[in-house]
Design a protein around this ligand. Structure first.
Ligand code: GLY
Ligand code: MN
Ligand code: MN
Length: 538
């Protein structure tokens, strides 16, 4: 019997290690996440505690959910990829009833053989301890009875709750964990973090400045659904005097003073906007894979192709390299569709001889590229297409030159707009100095675990990875010669800020007119991949 047990134990550990080798071996190590938690703890105020929740499971239709994707902040701090979990980080060391010291608590969803048979394996608390190295991990069902006196902390930091969390029926799913946290911390069910931040500003109001404060409330309150109908804010805006305004403020119900749903975002931005070597390795891979996808699309492209097929080719390539997701819904827009900035329908059946704008980014182990190439479907730029393309390229080249530590993030936009304005006027598309809508977006944002990654808005610094993405879009019926209509060009590259300049991470995707035309003339392995016409009648 003992031998049998030993044999079974040996087999199960053997199969566990065999399966372990099947999984990607280049995920961020547990040390990375531990280091990030320690770095965040240092940014917390004294006597502070920060609470994080995993992303909700989102329903697609009936009993099918969207593919689960972890909340990037939660992933950054833990490496955990499952739902129904929470993390609590304490600024100061805590001591439990038994004298044990700790600075963090993690609550993971339970193992469940039946559910795992259907939905795949779970780490469970033990797996979190051994694989992710988070020692103080408990089953999420234990949070309910865990004694944590949130009132004893000077600051309880958390992200405002998402309003798409469903009660899935379990005992300790995300819905329950949030509810239990609310009960413990004294957060009412109609809590709205943005509104509370505004209330806090109102409480500071003086009889002299109430008018300015009212104006700022008026400018901001309408945008937030939780504030639009708020009786206190509405009354404040209408107050006839400073005295009356103060009376209105006094009626706003007071919540526990230590709640803070507004400052975690900035702290996470401070950490996440500068990438470590371990992150850069994954980000480089996401970028390389995405560039190779663009190369394969360039070789395979022909006028009879559909936008969806182009998206599919890119996706096939990035999955061949082990990327799990699109970092954002792919944008493949030809002709007039290229003028819609975030066009995601991708449903035009033939790209014809138009320009095809392809904004495609693979996500590799959480990190996403963000790369756009715009190419002529038939392999050759027309004169008009080339003219607009080269303006965007010139703008991008000029913006690259200021990519270095110390440059303000908005500087790339200023430079690109200046060049676009000048050149568009020379081409007669606009009058010199005229306002126009052909360049409607900014040029740079951070990338990382999010395609629009967290940041504080600070100037460029070594280790940041940003996009440089000027674009000119001339939709049909624009006030210019119709020969320009339907031309939309964006060129988007991913740039690592280095000690004294930048490195163009996405340089392997052809970018100039000559490079693109040359690549498009190359044969593609997909030329020989012919499928039968399924619409043909027998
Ligand atoms: N792909 C979205 C963007 O370029 O910002
Ligand atoms: Mn972008
Ligand atoms: Mn993009």
């Amino acid at each position: 019997m003992t031998r049998l047990i030993l044999f079974l134990l040996l087999m199960s550990s053997l199969s566990a290690s065999l399966f372990a080798q099947d999984e990607p071996q280049d995920l961020l190590p547990a040390d990375f996440h531990l280091g990030r938690r320690e770095a965040l703890r240092k940014l917390l105020p004294p006597k502070g505690v920060a609470v994080f929740f995993a992303n909700p499971v989102r329903n697609r239709s009936n009993d099918v959910d969207y593919l689960y994707h972890q909340d990037p902040d939660f992933y950054y701090l833990t490496g955990y990829q499952e739902p129904n979990a929470m993390l609590i980080l304490f600024a100061d060391e805590q001591t439990d009833d038994k004298g044990n010291k700790y600075t963090e608590l993690f609550f993971a969803q339970s193992r469940d053989p039946l559910r795992e048979r259907w939905d795949g394996k779970r780490l469970g608390p033990e797996g979190v301890k051994s694989k992710l190295g988070i020692a103080n991990t408990f089953d999420h069902k234990e949070f309910k009875d865990k004694k944590i006196d949130f009132a004893a902390f000077d600051k309880v930091l958390f992200f405002d709750f998402k309003n798409d969390v469903r009660d899935a029926g379990g005992e300790a799913d995300l819905y329950d964990l949030i509810q239990q946290f609310r009960d413990k911390a004294g957060i009412p069910s109609n809590y709205n973090g943005a509104r509370e931040t505004m209330y806090a500003q109102l409480r500071e109001v003086t009889e002299e400045n109430y008018k300015q404060v009212a104006e700022s409330v008026f400018a901001r309150y309408g945008r937030n659904p939780g504030m639009r109908n708020d009786e206190h804010l509405q009354a404040f805006i209408k107050a006839g005097s400073g005295k009356e305004a103060k009376k209105i403020v006094a009626k706003i119900p007071a919540l526990p003073k230590n709640l803070d749903a507004s400052s975690l975002g900035g702290k996470m931005g401070q950490l996440r906007m500068v990438k470590s070597d371990a992150e850069l390795k994954l980000l480089r891979k996401a970028v390389d894979v995405s560039c190779q996808g663009q190369v394969e699309v360039m070789k395979a492209m022909h006028p009879a192709m559909s936008e969806m097929e182009i998206r599919g080719i890119h996706e096939f390539v990035f999955r061949r390299y082990g990327s799990e997701y699109e970092g954002y819904p792919s944008i493949v827009g030809s002709g007039h569709n290229s003028c819609v900035l975030h066009y995601v329908e991708n449903n035009r059946q033939r790209v014809s001889t138009d320009l095809v704008l392809m904004d495609l980014g693979a996500e590799y182990h959480g990190y996403t590229a963000d790369i756009t190439r715009t190419i002529p479907a038939d392999g050759t730029f027309s004169e008009e297409q080339k003219a607009i393309y080269n303006i965007v390229l010139e703008a991008q080249e000029a913006a690259f030159k200021v990519c270095k530590p110390g440059t303000a993030m908005r500087e790339t936009t200023r430079i690109c707009r200046e060049i676009a304005d000048k050149r568009l006027a020379e081409l007669g598309l606009i009058k010199p100095g005229a306002q126009h809508e052909y360049f409607p977006h900014g040029v740079s944002h951070h990338i990382g675990l999010d395609v629009h990654d967290r940041s504080t808005g600070a100037p460029m610094a070594e280790g940041m990875v940003i996009t440089v993405e000027p674009g000119i879009y001339i939709p049909p019926n624009s006030p210019c010669d119709p020969k320009w209509w339907g031309i939309g060009v964006r060129i988007e590259d991913d740039v690592l800020i280095t000690k004294d300049g930048y490195e163009l991470l996405s340089k392997s995707a052809p970018r100039t007119v000559e490079e693109i035309e040359k690549m498009m003339a190359q044969p593609s392995p997909l030329d020989a991949f012919l499928l039968p016409n399924l619409d043909k009648k027998n």
